[in-house]
Design a binder for this molecule. Structure first.
Ligand code: ATP
Length: 289
């Protein structure tokens, strides 16, 4: 029997080790052969996923948050091995995108009896992403986030760090070349998925099944415009703001006078300048039936 290989980040979210054990036991009760491999540090998710390929698993399951999922998709892209998830992280944005709640029974059902769907990935520099990449306010928040605070406060740590960045917002203008058109702004979110954080949707017209990127460009900087943008996203009305631009594209290039940090799927993955494209390789995901 081909195994399901679970790659688990034991420090993701809260009470992760017990919840991994409970989920693996539930998968075995459904008759699956399950191997569990634990990450020990950042980067292990990708390395373990590459090793897992030698076993020709039935599926690779990411047990953890969106950062762990991101490492694993970078190992799975272009293969026919499907990705399952056990959403055990702090924000679990990808789980929301595919319609999973934090109830692990639903995730286990999706792994065992879910629907396989081929999806398109984004590429930021040399890294694949499934949710979004960002430069400006959101990347500054990820960059400044204290991991100890995140462990202690969970999502509240993002809110507090966000308030800190709001008081000294990024003020470097970006030049964004989108399929040949040159635009400027102070922040850009390059979405592959609709969901952004919680139930908010920064790129509401995006779709994992679509071979395109959705760019949401914030044209002004400062406390007031940023507050309007955040409130607009929270109310699902930001696309109505005159200083927010939305573009669909297959390729974008972002540059700036400073080498600003870039986040992808919630982790800092490099600095500007950077090219963003749709990956040639696709990925199979297991989602609720
Ligand atoms: N054993 C480990 N020790 C330290 N860091 C790890 C370990 N395993 C994975 N990581 C790193 O921890 C980071 C965060 O993990 P992950 O995204 O799984 O959880 P989270 O941050 O709680 O959830 P979310 O991303 O959904 O908010 C990832 O970027 C990953 O590379």
């Amino acid at each position: 029997m081909r195994p399901i290989i679970v790659i688990a980040n034991p420090i993701a979210g809260r009470r992760c080790p017990q919840r991994i054990e409970q989920s693996v036991a539930a998968l075995r009760r459904r008759g699956a052969k399950v191997d569990v491999w634990y990450t020990q540090r950042r980067g292990d998710g990708l390395m373990l996923c590459q090793q897992a390929m030698a076993q020709n698993p039935r599926a690779v399951v990411a047990a953890g948050g969106d950062g762990t999922i991101n490492e694993i998709i970078n190992g799975l892209a272009g293969t026919a091995i499907p990705l399952g998830i056990l959403p055990l992280g702090t924000a679990n944005v990808f789980a929301r995108e595919i319609g999973l709640s934090s109830n692990l029974e639903e995730a286990i059902a999706a792994i065992c009896d879910g629907r396989a769907q081929r999806v398109h990935l984004g590429v930021a520099g040399n890294r694949h992403f499934l949710l979004m990449a960002g430069v400006g306010f959101d990347a500054q928040v990820v960059y400044k986030l204290d991991l100890g605070l995140k462990k202690m406060l969970g999502k509240l740590a993002y809110v507090l760090t966000g308030l800190r960045v709001l008081l000294a917002p990024p003020s470097q203008q970006l030049e964004i070349e989108v399929d040949g058109e040159i635009l400027t702004g102070y922040g850009v979110i390059i979405g592959k998925s609709r969901h952004y954080g919680g139930d908010f949707k920064a790129t509401p017209l995006a779709g994992l099944e679509l071979p395109e990127l959705d760019l949401c460009i914030f044209r002004r900087h400062g406390l007031l415009p940023l507050t309007r943008y955040i409130a607009g996203i929270a109310r699902g009305r930001h696309l109505e703001l005159p200083d927010v631009l939305y573009r669909k594209a297959t390729q974008a290039y972002v540059r700036c006078a400073l080498p600003l940090p870039v986040q992808a799927d919630g982790d800092i993955i490099g600095r500007l300048p950077m090219e963003f494209t749709v990956a040639r390789e696709s990925l199979t995901i297991l989602r609720p039936a």
